[in-house]
Design a protein around this ligand. Sequence first.
Ligand code: ADP
Ligand code: MG
Length: 326
Amino acid sequence: MNNENVLEVENLKKYYPIETGIIKSKTSYLKAVDGVSFAVKKGETLGIIGESGCGKSTVAKLLMGLEKPTSGSIKFKGTDILSLDKTQMKKFRKSMQMVFQDPYSSLDPKKTAGYIIQEPLFIHNVGTKAQREARVKELLKMVGLDYYHANRYPHEFSGGQRQRINIARAIALNPEIVICDEPVSALDVSIQAQVINLLKKLQQELGLTYIFISHDLSVVKYLSDRLAIMYLGEIVETGDSKSIYSNPIHPYTKALFSAIPPESPLEEKEKIILEGDVPSPMAPPAGCKFHTRCPYTQQICQESKPLLRATKNGQKVACHLSEQLA
Ligand code: ADP
Ligand code: MG
């Protein structure tokens, strides 16, 4: 265990059994997460990117203990969280919190903002009534809301404000890690920047570690120290954000990055259009799962599965052609 890592994930898999056939006797598996490994250092942001359905939210649910993995390990500060009993799990939950995509459905419409933010404190029996109220006041201020907002109901807030309430709730117990699963995807672009700036500010003030999940690279760009790019349940490229942004190597990463609008109108950018749809995770292609859409595909890509390997640029890439493409 590297001391700097707060979280270490090793070969994590989540296969959902799916009943098929008329008499539902045959079970096949949907490989939502198919052997994912990564580590997160204290205070950094790991961005997880990939198209819808590639397994990002399933990774988040596994980390939060909301789903049980098929196999693999998740270590928080060296302790395997999958081996924790109920009491230990409850304690661990305080350290890891989540902000969800839809700021509306994740808030109980019948509860006031003040109650919603305080709820984790009730659940974990933290503080007296007066202390909890003082904490709510403090949290509202931290996320840029006013104290009078405490008595309002979710429908009385805008989308951006609702996400601020979710963030206040997520940090109420002083967690170490906050998993943000598409936290701004449901918001207008102008509001997205405000919420991202808030997350950045809180990270600096509180020394938070983030796992920031998004299908939108331009959103992740402003926050991530490191990136993991997922395709059909697997990480195809990972490393320092800067090196991946300046030199994406995996053909899938290249295609994703080519779709971001150039920063200057003078910058020439070739847009790589991927052909075909994402294959079904119930019947992923053999060999490299990306070979059916890859513009560089060769015989070997259909036959053998490439492993994540370090490249000379520092990032790790799962591609047979990584040396030529680097
Ligand atoms: P993402 O967040 O990247 O869009 P998800 O992790 O939500 O992707 O889903 C990954 C794959 O797993 C998808 O094909 C999805 O349909 C499937 N999936 C997610 N949850 C379940 C479940 N409870 N039962 C069966 N399949 C699921
Ligand atoms: Mg998702």
